[in-house]
Design a protein around this ligand. Structure first.
Ligand code: F3S
Length: 475
């Protein structure tokens, strides 16, 4: 029996691809084990978003080849590179990484088992110089694959939460981003397919369903008769849409949250705001990467929206969905950014008080339009702007944390002693420290008693901190 070990890097979308690969390996009778050194095959599912992610991927590949510490990779062990880096550098990698036995693109994740069988069957021919021939690359030029509800998949997340990839690919022309070139054009699953998967997950005991894609708000629009443009708002009257999907997920019986990740500001509509407000199972949390607020920067980034629309949208979301927590990300140090642009961004952050916020230093990615723009900033400039925005957000996060003290919240217990609220997406946001006696994987009601940086402390209502301390000491 063939044993396989899989190392999954990158984002939640890549994690779902890893889960699909593991599902297919199981289906083919292979065994997936955590110990890379013991496996017959090691798969590294890579990310290629930024230079730092490429570096992490290369290090993981080299580590898988060389082994940890003194332990060398066994001669007969096969090494496969999958995911976004294999897709992006499908021409370059086979020559550059001779230690790899095969490369698998994004459309080949369901073929992982026969590919493994094939590479065991065919030992690579050596050329005259004794060097092995470059490894085969099982990669399509433009990916088109999208999973369905019956796609074999083995979840790698804890039992109580899951990701559902509702669409794949992206049609937006953001000048800094390479992902559309890697993952291809936007393609949505059907509402029926997503709902069937959600039903099954809820029946399995999942308490939180995280809807993911490159652009969740564009869900369904690629199937509309009249083609939408990159600014078209979500509108269920025109065809399949996120709002219809949310309403159908809301109707699934059971106690669970639905969380929306990766929404693009250009597609938000009043219908979407009303739908979220009216569906109690949708977490009061919205992830909406804004990237900047200065019109100069939004234009250069080709974000398909502008400052006035974003400001108005934030107001409408806050007014229309009481208690909503807004998560966003910004990029600082984009080519041509001035201190005045950063000042405008800081003012906006100060006024809006995002509950959750991440800041990226712009990364000059080859193959993107922004990489060729004039006005590239130095690493030092990017770093000082990043620090400026991060220190501002730290103050705001402390204010947000303090404002939670005294409130009673419903939380999902992640593991003994640690929970998340509606405002905390898994693996991204803060934590809520709770008594270890609360059962993991279940919802609980707690009262926030304190805060520390981005994290909160909480107790079941009625319990005093003293009792908490005694219970904690007893654990
Ligand atoms: Fe995700 Fe990295 Fe690919 S962020 S989509 S794994 S390039």
């Amino acid at each position: 029996m063939i044993t396989v070990s899989l190392i999954s890097l990158g984002c939640a979308k890549n994690l779902v691809d890893s889960e699909i690969m593991v599902g297919h390996l199981h289906k083919a009778g292979m065994t997936v084990i955590p110990e890379a050194e013991k496996a017959d095959v090691v798969i590294v599912n890579t990310c290629s978003f930024l230079d730092s992610s490429k570096e992490e991927s290369i290090n993981a590949i080299l580590e898988a080849h060389q082994g940890r510490g003194m332990r060398k990779r066994r001669k007969e062990q096969k090494l496969i590179v999958a995911g976004c880096m294999a897709q992006r550098y499908q021409k370059e990698l086979p020559g550059a990484l001779p230690e790899v036995d095969a490369f698998i693109g994004l459309d080949q994740i369901t073929k992982v088992a026969p590919i493994i069988v094939e590479i065991f069957a065919k030992e690579r021919a050596k050329n005259a110089g004794g060097e092995p021939a470059p490894a085969p690359a099982f990669v399509d030029r433009h990916p088109t694959y999208i999973p369905d509800c019956d796609t074999p998949r083995f979840r790698l997340t804890p039992r109580h939460y899951a990701y559902i990839k509702i669409a794949e690919g992206c049609n937006h022309p953001c000048t800094f981003c390479i992902i559309p070139q890697i993952r291809g054009r936007h393609r949505s699953r059907t509402i029926e397919s997503v709902v069937a998967e959600a039903r099954r997950l809820v029946a399995e005991g999942v308490r939180e369903i995280n809807l993911i894609s490159q652009d969740t708000t564009f869900f369904g629009m690629d199937t509309w008769e009249r083609r939408p443009d990159p600014r078209t708002p979500v509108d269920s009257a025109r065809g399949s849409a996120l709002t219809t999907l949310i309403r159908e997920l809301q109707a699934i019986p059971g106690d669970f949250w639905i969380r929306l990740l990766y929404t693009h500001p250009a597609h938000w509509s009043d219908e979407l705001i009303r739908t979220i407000a009216g569906c109690g199972k949708v977490a009061r949390y919205v992830d909406m990467p804004l990237q900047h607020i200065s019109d100069r920067m939004l234009g250069a980034m080709r974000r398909e929206t502008d400052s006035a629309r974003i400001r108005d949208l934030v107001k409408r979301i806050r007014a229309g969905i009481p208690g909503i927590a807004l998560r966003t990300t910004f990029i600082v140090g984009f080519p041509g950014e001035t201190e005045a642009d950063v000042g405008e961004l800081c003012d906006f952050i100060r006024d809006t008080k995002f509950e959750r916020l991440g800041v990226f230093r712009y990364s000059q990615e080859e193959g993107t339009r922004a990489a060729k723009m004039d006005g590239q900033l130095t690493a030092k400039q990017k770093e000082s702007r990043w620090r400026r925005v991060m220190s501002l957000q730290k103050e705001i996060a402390a204010e947000v944390g303090k404002s939670c003290v005294g409130r009673t919240l419903r939380v999902l217990v992640e593991e003994p002693g640690v929970a998340r609220g509606e405002a905390d997406a898994p693996d991204i946001d803060g934590r809520i420290y709770v008594p270890k006696t609360l059962p993991a994987g279940e919802f609980a009601e707690v009262k926030i008693t304190g805060c520390h940086d981005y994290d909160l402390l909480a107790l079941p209502p009625g319990e005093t901190p003293e009792e908490f301390k005694i219970a904690k000491q007893a654990q």
